[in-house]
Design a protein. Structure first.
Length: 134
């Protein structure tokens, strides 16, 4: 069922006329399912959203990844956040900060290596996220 829900969610994200509230409700249902088997697909779709410069999809999929995958998704979220799409990223930034503060040890473990990333934007974004360690 969850995979079908993800397919529906992706169709809604691609449809400019899709109801925003219904889209968010469906994302919430997927998150509440706890089905981590969809994480690889969601990560791939997040990459696609960033490549297509879709800030709305990036925020929604980032939140869904955070809800299902927890702090282990921080590298994926930071990489997605490092791309400037011209939006404010409030939602995605909040997800990152919440994950860092919810599990500081995991956040440190998964983000510290990214502070040496060859892509300075990713390195700087990782350093920014680590500033929220309690």
């Amino acid at each position: 069922m969850t995979d079908d829900s993800v397919t529906r969610l992706l169709a809604m994200l691609d449809d400019l006329d899709a109801d925003v509230d219904a889209t968010i409700d469906l994302a919430d249902e997927i998150a509440e399912s706890g089905d981590r088997t969809v994480l690889p697909r969601l990560e791939s779709e997040l990459d696609r959203a960033v490549a297509e410069r879709n800030g709305y999809a990036r925020e929604l999929l980032g939140g869904l990844l955070a809800a299902l995958g927890g702090p282990d998704t921080l590298p994926t979220l930071v990489r997605a956040s490092a791309v400037d799409l011209g939006d404010d990223q409030d939602g995605l930034a909040t997800e990152i900060v919440d994950l860092v503060q919810a599990d500081p040890k995991t956040a440190e473990r998964v983000l510290r290596p990214l502070t040496n990333d060859d892509d300075l934007t990713i390195a700087n974004r990782s350093d920014w996220a680590l500033r929220f360690l309690p």
